[in-house]
Design a protein around this ligand. Structure first.
Ligand code: IPM
Ligand code: MG
Length: 353
């Protein structure tokens, strides 16, 4: 299979982890007889510096013409400290989502046995937690009409029926592929937009008789996630709630540096780590490349290349077992490995497998 991949390294540790993702992708492709073709493009603060635009037209075209995007991270403190900055790296991310029509953000929350002790939750609570949050990504408050003057400000949480139906469909279908339990997360006791979500979800329930569907208010869901994370299988929710809950999800697993995500919809799908650009670590060869590498597994799986995805996951597990780990997850007293060294170990494992 030919795979045209747009590679968007972005900012901070992005370029370093991106390089490892590409190496791993190439090694797997070589093994299975696929031909990857990489097209690099700029985004985020890097793109602002070079072109003035965090998601320039040329980058959009590169993404549009690819089969998939391997994205790393955007963000730079020089913009965070300037709330008046008109152009910000994060706008590039939002523009990419909107222009590629990536309405479904899929964020798995999965634990790794050897990292359970890193969870802020007691091990017995979080062990075996394995769920997926499906977050709507191109609607709601992020994109609704905004207004701000000195005395008042608002953001509009607008959702239309087609937008709600298509994301709920992704949720139901994901549940069918997993343990057939879908939790629709909303705030239907207060918000009109949530009431429409719930109404539409209830209309769709009979189409998926094998799925056990339940409804949960977002405040309750935030609580349940730390009280009993194993309760969840697939949760589906709107953009803003999903933003908040997926940060919570990534940290309870104790393995934030290991979590990949996929954004899919109408245009080219994007695969990226859940973590951000960690600018303080830039260029130091200390960033954990595993979330990026696992994004490559998700990329293969998206194209139904299951054996390829599985090999990446096996290689990652093996590296953890062999204690080939970056500093933040290394066992005390054991020598740590750099970004490149972890990547190289995994590539070597894949070649020998
Ligand atoms: C995320 C991030 C983004 C979001 C920011 C960087 C705009 O927090 O992908 O979750 O809010 O969607
Ligand atoms: Mg977020």
């Amino acid at each position: 299979m030919n795979l045209k991949i747009a590679v968007l390294p972005g900012d901070g540790i992005g370029p370093e982890i991106s390089a490892q993702g590409v190496e791993v992708m190439s090694a797997v492709c070589e093994k299975f007889g696929h031909t990857p073709e990489y097209a690099y493009a700029v985004c985020g603060a890097d793109a602002i510096d070079k072109t003035g635009d965090p998601f320039p037209e040329e980058t959009f075209q590169t993404c549009k013409n690819a089969d998939a995007v391997l994205f790393s991270a955007v963000g730079d403190p020089k913009f965070d400290n300037d709330p008046t900055a008109k152009v910000r790296p994060e706008q590039g991310l939002l523009a990419m989502r909107k222009r590629l029509g990536l309405f479904a953000n899929i964020r798995p929350v999965q634990t790794f046995k050897c990292l359970i002790h890193k969870s802020p939750l007691r091990a017995e609570l979080v062990e075996h937690a394995d769920f997926v949050c499906i977050r709507e990504l191109t609607g709601g408050m992020y994109f609704g009409t905004k207004y701000q003057d000195n005395e008042k400000a608002y953001d509009t949480n607008l959702y239309t029926r087609p937008e709600i139906e298509r994301i709920l469909k992704v949720g139901f279908e994901y549940a069918m592929k997993r343990r057939r339990h879908l939790t629709v997360v909303d705030k239907a006791n207060v918000l009109a937009s949530s009431r429409l979500w719930r109404k539409i979800a209830q209309e769709m329930v009979p189409d998926y008789p094998e799925v056990k569907t339940d409804f949960m208010f977002v405040d309750n869901a935030a609580m349940r996630m730390i009280q009993e994370p194993t309760f969840f299988d697939v949760m589906v929710t709107e953009n803003t709630f999903g933003d908040i809950l997926t940060d919570e999800g990534s940290v309870i697993s104790g393995s934030m540096g290991l979590l990949p995500s996929a954004s899919t919809g109408e245009g080219t799908p994007v695969f990226e780590p859940v973590h951000g650009s960690w600018p303080q670590a830039k260029g130091q060869n200390i960033a954990n490349p595993l979330a990026q590498i696992l994004s490559v597994a998700m990329l293969f799986e998206y194209f139904d290349l299951k054996a390829e995805g599985l090999l990446v996951r096996k290689a990652v597990d093996a590296s953890l077992d062999a204690r080939v780990r970056t500093p933040e997850i290394q066992v005390e007293g054991v020598a740590t490995y750099g970004t490149k060294e972890v990547g190289a170990w995994i590539v070597d494992y894949i070649r020998k497998a």
